[in-house]
Design a protein around this ligand. Structure first.
Ligand code: 9WN
Length: 436
């Protein structure tokens, strides 16, 4: 019997779930550990058909939290050298508050956990049991938000910084080219593993990796101390995607604490952070000229004026007012949404830096599409939301469950326009959510 798309997606998630460690890898070979934002998005998919696995995923992630509230971007549950850089390079043990039980990186990723808990609650058919589970975990997520506001916001603006491109989740976005121009790292000698699993054409360059490693070396030389990083890291950016995830998660934590009851002080604090964050976000990151949100380079005090799918992610977190939202959607449709393109390219298709085959330099990513779909719906842009959804389902149906896809429709004739890793977990998980 032919498997339905949903069955195929469930099979991928179940195969990528590792029973020994109770977590899910993003995909075989290329990414053999647990990643922060992948885990959250994966749990949304599991929640539709296996709530136990959804809960395990989140529990395992939060067990690896550090005592200061920080949640690492990769947790190295297993020993394997199929990924570089691994645990011995990152050395999370350098930080005095790192988790002694779990080797990890010393950087983080977009804080999705708050809104993921809310999504799990929305999907659950046994709300009472799910709320109990949420109650057992939610304070850890709150502590994570406190960590961000207390340690990643040196000018007390309500906007938190990332100190590494890997923290953004959009690793080699052309936006970072502007930062690489300010740096000149040594040429490191190391053995890449990603390019043994995936065509190097679809991955970042060796020189880009030199930059990535150099920032980590600086952080390590300072034992991953946040104050030192804020002072010394050549990469210090306020990212609209990252901050939108935090804001969306704040909103979800407020709603969940209200459902649980009896957490007035935390709700009050969350509301305070929320108000300040949204105001600064609109004042500082909205670019009137481009008609959408942009990144801000805190190290060199300048806006990085480029459009990317991250520019539209604030729709998901209810950040723009309706006027701004209309402007953004117009820009998105003009630049990213013509009939030759699938929505939504990860970088501005009209820019000379656009590369529709290479990772975050142009291809369509399902996680960003899922956020965009939900964001557009929230503002009532139903037709465009439906197009994002149909485009997403079509490209998966035709090519398979890839990590990213060519945005140019003409490249989809032979159904070989899926790139990067295959049988990719969040592609499967979020497809399940879109289908239900
Ligand atoms: C580094 C796991 C991760 C995603 C990121 C994606 C990619 C890693 C890499 O894979 O990054 O974190 O080695 O390229 O860019 O968003 O979380 O799927």
């Amino acid at each position: 019997m032919k498997k339905t798309l949903q069955q195929k997606a469930e099979h991928i998630l179940d195969s990528n779930f590792k029973t020994e460690g109770e977590f899910t890898i993003p995909c075989e070979n290329l990414y053999p550990f647990q990643w922060f934002w992948d885990s959250g998005l994966i749990a949304i998919g599991f929640a539709h058909y296996d709530m136990q696995k959804a809960e395990k995923e989140i529990k395992t992630l939060l067990k690896a939290q550090w005592s200061n509230g920080f949640i690492p971007h990769i947790i190295f549950h297993t020993e394997t050298d199929s990924y570089f850089p691994g645990a011995n390079f990152h050395r999370s043990d350098l930080h005095p508050e790192s988790n002694p039980k779990y080797k990890s990186t010393g950087m983080t990723q977009p804080p999705v956990t708050g809104f993921v808990l809310k999504e799990i609650y929305r999907i659950s058919e046994d709300k009472g049991a799910t709320l109990k589970f949420i109650e057992s975990q939610i304070d850890k997520v709150y502590d994570n938000h406190r960590y961000f506001y207390e340690n990643r916001d040196p000018q007390n603006e309500g906007l938190v910084y990332i100190y590494h491109n890997w923290e953004s989740g959009t690793d080699n976005s052309p936006i970072w080219d502007d930062i690489w121009k300010t740096m000149n790292p040594p040429e490191y000698d190391f053995e890449r593993r990603d390019t043994t699993h995936v065509d190097p054409e679809e991955r970042p360059s060796k020189r880009e990796y030199d930059h990535y490693l150099h920032i980590i070396e600086i952080a390590k030389a300072n034992n991953y101390n946040d104050e030192k990083i804020a002072e010394l890291s050549p990469f210090l950016v306020q990212d609209p995607l990252f901050n939108a995830m935090l804001i969306k998660s704040n909103e979800s934590l407020i709603e969940l604490y209200k459902l649980i009851g009896g957490h007035e002080n935390k709700i009050k604090q969350l509301k305070k952070w929320q108000q300040k964050s949204i105001t600064s976000f609109n004042d500082k990151l909205f670019d009137e000229e481009l008609g959408a949100y942009v990144h801000y380079d805190l190290r060199n005090e300048r806006a990085l004026k480029h459009l990317s799918s991250s520019s539209f992610a604030p729709l998901f977190a209810n950040i723009p007012d309706t006027e701004k939202a209309e402007t953004m959607v117009k820009v998105m449709m003009e630049k990213f949404g013509n009939e030759n393109q699938y929505l939504c390219a990860s970088f501005d298709p009209t820019s000379e830096r656009f590369n529709p085959k290479k990772y975050w330099r142009g291809p369509v990513w399902v996680n960003l599409n899922w956020m965009l779909y939900n964001g557009l719906k929230q503002y009532g842009f139903n037709d465009i939301a439906e197009r994002v959804k149909t485009d997403t389902i079509t490209i998966i149906e035709n090519n398979g469950f890839y990590e990213y896809f060519d945005s140019r429709k003409e490249m989809h004739k032979d159904n070989k326009a899926g790139y990067g890793g295959n049988n990719f977990s969040w592609t499967a998980a979020l497809l399940i959510d879109l289908l239900n």
